[in-house]
Design a protein around this ligand. Structure first.
Ligand code: OFO
Length: 177
């Protein structure tokens, strides 16, 4: 059975992952408002991943005999001054989440909760990928600067990111196509 201290920290992380979901969905809305639909799609796919992350912690708490207590998720931001600023924010946010995963790993070790190590190791690996992908896109946007054709090229490329089958974040799935 999971101890109280780690259970509370994991519940806090469910909130962080749901906030990630909310941030990326908000960024998707921002990109769609600029007709940068490729970036919008990339962010929707990311939002889907964040929901999966929240659910992984949700299930881990239940499987370990703890109680899930959902918390308020605040709307953090709805506007950005540029696509670059949005992706920089995404990169900074992923660094913040990496710090939270590190804290959870420390708590699990202090509490000798070895059963939480595999899931936290999975999240540590995942964070390498999340920081790398958001950081790389921010770098690319910085490189193209004010060049609109460069921006559209990045938008096209990001629009190739695919949804997992049946994803509720896929507009085609939502409309039953
Ligand atoms: Fe859940 O990894 Fe991003 O935030």
């Amino acid at each position: 059975m999971i101890g109280e201290r780690l259970c509370k920290a994991l519940n806090d992380q469910i909130k962080n992952e749901l906030e990630s979901y909310y941030i990326y969905l908000s960024m998707a809305a921002y990109f769609h408002s600029l007709s940068l639909d490729g970036m919008g799609q990339w962010m929707r796919c990311q939002a889907h991943e964040e929901m999966i992350h929240a659910t992984k912690f949700f299930d881990h708490i239940i499987d370990r005999g703890g109680k899930v207590v959902l918390q308020d998720v605040k709307q953090l931001k709805t506007e950005w001054s540029s696509p670059l600023e949005a992706f920089r924010d995404a990169y900074e946010h992923e660094k913040f989440i990496t710090g939270k995963i590190n804290e959870l790993t420390t708590i699990a070790r202090e509490e000798k909760d070895y059963a939480s190590e595999p899931i936290l190791a999975w999240f540590s690996d995942e964070q390498i990928e999340e920081e790398a992908s958001t950081g790389k896109i921010a770098d690319e946007l910085e490189m193209v600067g004010e060049d609109k054709s460069g921006l559209l090229l990045i938008d096209r490329e990001l629009g190739t990111r695919t949804y997992p089958p049946g994803s509720p974040f896929d507009p085609a799935a939502a409309s039953g196509e």
